[in-house]
Structures are given as structure tokens and as C-alpha cells.
Design a protein around this ligand. Structure first.
Ligand SMILES: O=C(O)CCC(=O)C(=O)O
Ligand SMILES: [Fe+2]
Length: 377
């Protein structure tokens, strides 16, 4: 197991220049095309992601991922359908912190061209990509490799592009035309997220608008566009695409290019996620856990590798506004079940900076804002 020192935080120093995983692979093959995973990418010897998985395959009932039919949450549904859908949504948040969304209305053609655009971006030359590297973890446009190479002992088999797209839209100027498509995609995924947050708010026994009102989501909530590239890995059991972690925001929508690799933790075991084509995979994030006072715990997930196909995923997390100091909703504190606030307030911007500057490891950042009281069910 990789040991993490969560105090290793690098706020001001840009990561050292590091070849992308794409470049490393292209340059490291011998004349027979053989490639051995370098020691710096050897994630662990005793936590083989493929072995872990076997444990759950025997228990398929428990591993059925909840599915949310988005059309039943909208005004086109009957009040009974909507109320059942909200109930199911709440149950998915409580039991899994993860669900698959179908019938969401974002055109398949748009999802496809976004994946093509990501591929185009990762295919740019190293020099072209350097323009978008960024220097600080809160720079609105950043690309690179691993997660935060300046603090990591082990690198992840992943290249990324990370862009702040709301409330202000930023985007790389290359490849041509990608920015316009991404702007539309981000708008559409924001609309889906907004409706899901309304349903989640109601499922918590609050008004539909309460999450938005408290955290300033619609007018200034931070939305990030993250493209992940996981090239085939010759020894997928040795390396990791993304290690176990929770996301920092409220909700993350994720789509992928038809290649699986996401695993979510459920009841202490890893579950392979096989997404329906053009569905969204949704994780609940740390700020939903904080705001709900621990009722909806953020989901731990990771990305594992394969040795055949390049996987691309696009995550669009939405969070509070950067200036919001997030505390548990007072309406969810003063109850028999949740008599005390389980988390202390922290400005979302500070939380994000801390998370992005640290080694990615489970819920170590969320642990910093735990109030030392437990309201566990
Ligand atoms: O690629 C994936 O499946 C997971 C990506 C992820 O967890 C993230 O970007 O936060
Ligand atoms: Fe994630």
C-alpha cells in the first residue's frame, strides 16, 4: 500500500517538468516493442487491483450499481414518478455515493465529439501542450501527467487536462474547434447536475433549491472539465491510473470512451463499473458529505488499467462557489440522528487548493475538516 504523508503540500512550487505517459511509452519501447513498467509507476505489490476485484464477482447481487432515469426527475414525469425517482436517488447517494444516469438528454453526438476532442488534445505535441501546463494548482487551465508529481512517490499511468469552465469559461485554444464544443458540453452537463442536486436536496428533506441557495451553485459554483488519458499498460496489475480517492466537489459526472476501468468502493469492496453506452457515471463528492452532515458520504473510487485499449474519461465535477465557507446544513444538524455538526467550515477554495496540492489518497483531506463527532448511522 502506498503510504502518504498528507502534510506534504507544495503550494508555490510548480511540479518538475515530467514527460507525459504517452511520451514515456512512445520512447521506451525496445526494438521488439517490449516495455516494462518503470519502478516509479509500480503502485503496490500487495494491493493488486485485479485480485481485489475477484472478491466481489462472487456477490453479483450486492454489486448491481444503482441506475437513475433522469427523465423521471424532470417536469415531464408525473408527481408519483418524480417522488419515486427522488427516493431512489437518495437511496443511491446513501448506500453507494454512486449511480449511473440514463435518459439525461445530453446528445450522444456531443459526447462523442468531446471524446474526439480530448483525443486530439492528448495527440498534440509535447511542445504544444506545454503552453497549457499551468504553474499553480488553481490555474484555470492545466495539463500534465499523474496527479501531482511534485509530491508523489509513485506516479500514476495517466495524463490529464484540467480546466475551470464555470463561472468563467476557460479552455485551451487547441485543437481547433474543441473549445466551442466543450462550452456546449459543460453547459449541458451543468443542467443535468443542477437537476440532480435539486432531487438530492429534496431527498435530504430540504427544499429543492436549498443546496443551490446555501452554496451558490447556479450563479458561481465551480465546474471543472477533466479529461483523463490512460494508455494501455503492459503490466496493468503493477500500475494504477488513479488511486483510491473521493472527489472534492458536490457531484461529478463522468463519461468514457466505451472502455471500462472505473471501480467504486461499496461496503469495503471494489466493484467494476460497466457503464451503459452514453450514460453518465455520477460520484457524490466531499462537499455533499459535508453539507449533508455525513448523511451522504463521498464515494471512494479509482481507475485501473488494461493492456489492450486506450481509455479516455471525462469528468465534470461541480462544487460550491470558490468563496463559500461550507458547513453542514443547519437543517441537517439539529435532528435526533444528527445532533451535532460533524464537519468544521472551510472555504471551498482552500479545500480545493489543499486537495490538489497533496498526494491523492482516499479521504485524507476530508479527514482534516471532521469535527471529531460521529453521527454515523
Ligand atoms: O477515469 C476514471 O474513471 C476516474 C476519474 C476520476 O476519478 C477523476 O477524474 O476524479
Ligand atoms: Fe475522481
Amino acid at each position: 500500500m502506498v503510504k502518504v504523508n498528507s502534510s506534504q503540500v507544495c503550494r508555490d512550487h510548480p511540479p518538475p517538468k515530467l514527460a507525459t505517459i504517452k511520451k514515456l511509452i512512445a520512447e521506451s519501447q525496445d526494438t521488439n516493442g517490449n516495455f516494462i513498467v518503470p519502478p516509479t509507476y509500480t503502485y503496490t505489490n500487495n494491493n493488486n487491483p485485479h485480485d481485489d476485484q475477484k472478491a466481489f464477482e462472487e456477490d453479483t447481487e450486492a454489486a448491481t450499481i444503482p441506475t437513475v432515469d433522469f427523465s423521471l426527475l424532470t417536469t415531464s414525469a408525473t408527481p408519483e414518478q418524480r417522488s419515486k425517482a427522488i427516493n431512489d436517488l437518495g437511496k443511491a447517494c446513501q448506500d453507494w455515493g454512486f449511480f449511473m444516469v440514463i435518459n439525461h438528454g445530453v446528445p450522444e453526438s456531443l459526447m462523442k465529439v468531446i471524446l474526439d476532442g480530448c483525443e486530439g488534445f492528448f495527440d498534440l505535441t509535447e511542445e504544444e501542450k506545454q503552453e497549457f501546463e499551468g504553474k499553480h494548482v488553481l490555474d484555470p487551465i492545466r495539463c500534465g501527467t499523474s496527479f501531482n508529481a511534485s509530491v508523489e512517490n509513485v506516479r500514476f499511468w495517466r495524463d490529464f487536462l484540467k480546466v475551470f469552465v464555470y463561472p468563467e469559461f476557460h479552455f485551451p485554444s487547441k485543437p481547433a474547434g474543441f473549445s466551442e464544443l466543450a462550452s456546449e458540453y459543460c453547459k449541458r452537463t451543468r443542467e443535468v447536475t443542477r437537476e440532480l442536486l435539486k432531487g438530492i436536496s429534496e431527498s435530504l428533506g430540504l427544499e429543492a433549491i436549498d443546496i443551490d441557495k446555501a452554496l451558490d451553485v447556479e450563479s458561481a459554483g465551480l465546474q471543472i472539465f477533466i479529461a483523463n488519458l490512460y494508455p494501455p499498460c503492459p503490466q496493468p496489475e503493477l500500475a494504477m491510473g488513479m488511486p483510491p480517492h473521493s472527489d472534492h466537489g458536490l457531484l461529478t459526472l463522468l463519461m468514457q470512451n466505451g472502455i471500462s476501468g472505473l471501480q467504486v468502493q461499496h461496503k469495503g469492496k471494489w466493484v467494476n463499473v460497466n457503464a451503459a453506452p452514453y450514460s453518465f457515471l455520477v460520484n457524490t463528492g466531499d462537499h455533499l458529505e459535508i453539507f449533508s452532515n455525513g448523511k451522504y458520504r463521498s464515494n471512494i473510487h479509482r481507475a485501473v488499467l488494461n493492456n489492450k485499449s486506450t481509455r479516455i474519461s471525462v469528468a465534470t465535477p461541480t462544487g460550491p462557489s470558490l468563496e463559500t465557507v461550507v458547513t453542514p446544513s443547519p437543517k441537517l444538524v439539529d435532528t435526533a440522528k444528527h445532533p451535532a455538526a460533524a464537519y468544521i467550515g472551510m472555504k471551498y477554495k482552500d479545500y480545493l487548493e489543499l486537495q490538489q496540492s497533496s498526494v491523492l489518497d482516499g479521504k485524507v483531506i476530508l479527514d482534516r475538516v471532521r469535527a471529531g463527532v460521529s453521527n454515523s448511522e
